[in-house]
Design a protein around this ligand. Structure first.
Ligand SMILES: *Cc1c(COP(=O)(O)O)cnc(C)c1O
Length: 458
């Protein structure tokens, strides 16, 4: 077979800035060893996130110019609504400025004290919005999803036995809806199988609990189903997407992922009453129902992006480019979460930097070294993000995994950029004994990873 190539040519380019190791050492120090505090200009290859970092196509930019900015009844809204309805089949489609705005509206209606929301794994903003409403966010990932070294096709699945037991003990009346995150972002971008979506719905139906998809990466998930699940090889991505949504009663969506735009989102559902309540809040917090928190041009770009993301050449390239990075790193002996997910490679920092204990932040140490050596920006997902202190004993409690995420923006970097990333990671791994312990010298009470200040220990 020939090389899988980028299914586009480049029409417009953005230069990236080269710095020396010495300059980067100064930048690291000035930013208190926290890459969230860098100026993005100082980053050579930015793998901080795949959210809102996609390159738009010429047709999307043309849509930006063509957007209808009418306050009510904009033509761009109707195009957006048509495309989302074709994919999801949902009756009510409500634009929001990003995914978390859809979550905020949904959970301020169905959440609240005494309620529980189950999910395969809540994304952090989803959890925050559930908890902010007073409800409890519960995760039921499949057991193999928690083991980085176990190779399985659908590590993003919901653990249906655990979900059933939870519904039985909690009582279905306390569960206003159940979420399923596709792909499972917090679980490493691992896909959820069609069988699992179908069986989740089947189980919920018995208790009359609606199913909502957290659908940010629906197209990447559909591609994995096509490649890995029996009976789907000959179906089109559109048919698979339509089947996935057919089991759900609604969804929240961040268009910053698989809609290939830099901003946007939506909330969709079949239930009329829920839709009316949602639109009432939308008007107060986001905007009139035919624009939500978005400009007409944004709706136009989302509609176009949602059509483009279904292209099988695009998805083949997308999933292959992530897998390519994973394959090269694995061949070099670098420990990563396997198999590679849809949007990122996760370095297994516990095995990468065995000499650094969790409370000395092995992931943060790798993140800093990747920047120092090669100007690459990744993000720690481990004890910095999720570590906490026991309220009584003040003892440090580490999360189950110490990871460094290298998220791949869509349509942004070429194969030689990724080859360069491989070289830098291999270099850092070869000299892993150089990786230093870190301590936090200043932190915020919540979501401390964004602003914390660090100090390397010699
Ligand atoms: C990004 C993301 C969200 C939140 O979307 P925003 O547009 O960033 O507000 C919710 N769920 C998942 C799984 C995500 O990846």
């Amino acid at each position: 077979m020939h090389t899988i190539i980028e299914p586009f040519k480049i029409k417009s380019v953005e230069p990236i800035k080269f710095t020396t190791v010495q300059e980067r050492e100064t930048i690291l120090k000035r930013a208190w060893y926290n890459p969230f505090l860098f100026s993005a200009e100082d980053v050579l290859i930015d793998l901080l996130t795949d959210s809102g970092t996609s390159a738009m196509s010429a047709k999307q930019w043309a849509g930006v110019m063509d957007g209808d900015e009418s306050y009510a009844g904009s033509r761009s809204f109707f195009r957006f609504e048509r495309v989302v309805r074709k994919l999801t089949g949902f009756k009510h489609i409500i634009p929001t400025h990003q995914g978390r705005a859809a979550e905020k509206i949904l959970f301020s209606i169905v959440g609240g004290k005494g309620k529980s929301i189950p999910n395969n794994s809540h994304f952090d903003t989803t959890r925050a919005n559930v908890e902010y409403s007073g409800a409890e966010a519960m995760d039921f990932p499949t057991p193999e999803g928690k083991k980085p070294e176990v190779i399985a096709d659908f590590k993003g699945n919901m653990d249906l036995n655990a979900l059933k037991a939870f519904i039985e003990t909690t009582g279905p009346e306390k569960i206003p809806l159940c979420m399923l995150t596709i792909t499972n972002n917090s679980g490493g971008g691992q896909p959820v199988s069609m069988a699992n979506i179908r069986d989740t719905k089947k189980l919920l139906k018995k208790y009359n609990i609606p199913l909502f998809l957290d659908a940010c990466r629906f197209a990447e998930n559909a591609f994995f189903i096509k490649k890995r699940e029996k009976g789907f090889a000959k179906k089109s991505i559109l048919e698979i997407v339509q089947e996935m949504f057919s089991y759900a009663d609604g969804c929240t969506m961040s268009a910053k992922k698989d809609a290939l735009v830099n901003m946007g989102g939506f909330l969709a559902m079949n239930n009329d009453r829920l839709a009316t309540l949602s639109r009432n809040i939308l008007i107060v917090t986001e905007g009139f129902p035919t624009y939500g928190g978005l400009a007409g041009r944004d709706l136009e770009a989302i509609a176009q992006g949602l059509e483009e993301v279904l292209d099988e050449h695009y998805l083949t390239y997308r999933i292959r480019s992530v897998e390519y990075l994973g394959e090269k790193l694995t061949a070099a002996g670098v420990p990563i979460v396997r198999p590679p997910g849809g949007h990122a490679i996760y370095l297994d920092a516990k095995n990468f930097a065995k000499h650094i204990p969790p409370q000395r932040y092995p992931g943060q140490s790798i993140v800093c070294e990747l920047y120092r050596v090669g100007g690459i920006r990744g993000v720690e997902i481990g004890s910095v993000m999720f570590g906490r202190k026991d309220p009584k004993t003040k003892e440090f409690i580490a999360p189950p995994m110490e990871l460094v995420r290298l998220a791949i923006p869509r349509r942004v970097y070429t194969q030689s950029h990724i080859d360069y990333v491989v070289e830098v990671v291999k270099d850092v791994y070869a000299h892993r004994d150089r990786l230093k312990d870190y301590e936090i010298i200043e932190e915020a009470p919540v979501l401390r990873h964004f602003t914390a200040k660090f100090k390397p220990l010699s």
